[in-house]
Design a protein around this ligand. Structure first.
Ligand SMILES: Cc1cc2nc3c(=O)[nH]c(=O)nc-3n(C[C@H](O)[C@H](O)[C@H](O)COP(=O)(O)O)c2cc1C
Length: 254
C-alpha cells in the first residue's frame, strides 16, 4: 500500500451536524435498528475487576473489589464511592495497588462482595446486606505480599499488580456550587509507579509486554462476573508498535 493511500480514511456515513438550535432528538436521520430508550439504574456495561489495596490507619491493608477503572498511558482513573473505607484511606495516605483479577480468583473476589472496611456501615450498605470486615485478606482467603514503591500490600493470587500514587481526587457528578466534600462518588487519578506480572502472562520474546491471549481479565457486567472470549477480529490499532506509546519518565523511588 502506498503512503498516500495508507493515510486515506474510508468515507464516514453522513450525519446531521449538531447546532444549538437543533435539539439532540432531531439528530437521528433514519432508524437503523429496533432500539428503545431505557432508564437503567446502573450503567455497568462491562469493565475489569480490580482488588484495590489501600492503607488503613493502623497500617494494615484494606482490599476493595472495584471495576470502575480505566488506564491511559501511566495514569489510572478509578471511580470510588466517597463513603468507602478506601476513599477515606486514599485521602489520608496517597498510595495504592491495583491487583487485577482473572476468572481463576473470582471465588476470592466474590467473598469480598458486601463487605466494607468501615466499622460504621452506612444505612444504605446495611440495608443491602453489607457487613464490617476489618481483615479483607482473611475474609477472601488471599495472601498479602510486600510492595516495592508503596506501603499497601499486593495480592499474591492476582497475576498483575500495579503499584500507584494518587495524583488528584475529583468529585464526580457535582453540580456547580455543590460542596465538593458532599460528592457521593470520586474519580481518583493515580500514576502507576511499578508493574508486576506473573511470567505466565508475558509475551514470549518481549521483556516488557503482556500477551493478551494469556492475560484474561475478570469482567463485571451489571453486577455479574464474566471472562473474555477469544480474539474476535484483527485490530488495525494493533499495527502500532507498543513502544510508540512509551514516554520518558522521571525515576520513582525503589
Ligand atoms: C466486583 C465488584 C466491583 C465493584 N466495583 C465498584 C466500583 O467500581 N466502585 C465502587 O465504589 N464500588 C464498587 N464495588 C463496591 C465496593 O466493593 C464496596 O463499596 C465496598 O464496601 C468498598 O470497600 P471499603 O469500604 O472497604 O473500601 C464493587 C463491588 C464488587 C464486588
Amino acid at each position: 500500500m502506498s503512503d498516500s493511500r495508507r493515510n486515506v480514511l474510508p468515507a464516514r456515513p453522513s450525519v446531521v451536524p449538531m447546532t444549538s438550535a437543533s435539539p439532540v432528538t432531531e439528530q437521528v436521520t433514519e432508524p437503523v435498528g429496533e432500539h428503545v430508550t431505557v432508564d437503567p439504574a446502573i450503567l455497568y456495561f462491562g469493565t475489569p475487576v480490580v482488588l484495590l489495596s489501600s492503607l488503613n490507619e493502623d497500617g494494615s491493608t484494606n482490599l476493595m473489589p472495584m471495576s470502575s477503572v480505566f488506564w491511559l498511558g501511566r495514569s489510572a482513573v478509578l471511580g470510588i464511592g466517597a463513603r468507602s473505607q478506601t476513599a477515606r484511606n486514599l485521602r489520608r495516605h496517597q498510595e495504592l495497588v491495583m491487583n487485577l483479577a482473572s476468572p481463576a480468583v473470582v471465588h476470592h473476589v466474590d467473598r469480598l462482595a458486601l463487605t466494607t472496611g468501615r466499622a460504621d456501615v452506612s444505612p444504605w450498605k446495611a440495608c443491602a446486606g453489607y457487613v464490617y470486615a476489618p481483615d479483607k485478606f482473611a475474609v477472601a482467603g488471599l495472601t498479602p505480599l510486600g510492595s516495592a514503591t508503596v506501603s499497601p500490600q499486593r495480592v499474591a493470587e492476582c497475576q498483575v499488580h500495579l503499584e500507584a500514587v494518587v495524583r488528584e481526587i475529583h468529585p464526580l457528578g457535582a453540580q456547580p456550587g455543590d460542596d465538593p466534600d458532599a460528592a457521593r462518588q470520586l474519580a481518583v487519578e493515580a500514576e502507576v509507579t511499578r508493574v508486576w506480572v506473573d511470567p505466565a502472562v508475558r509475551l514470549a520474546g518481549h521483556a516488557d509486554r503482556i500477551d493478551p491471549d494469556r492475560w484474561r481479565p475478570l469482567i463485571l457486567s451489571f453486577q455479574r462476573f464474566y471472562g473474555l472470549g477469544p480474539e474476535v477480529h484483527p485490530s488495525r490499532l494493533a499495527t502500532i508498535d507498543e513502544d510508540h506509546y512509551r514516554v520518558p519518565r522521571a525515576p520513582v523511588r525503589a
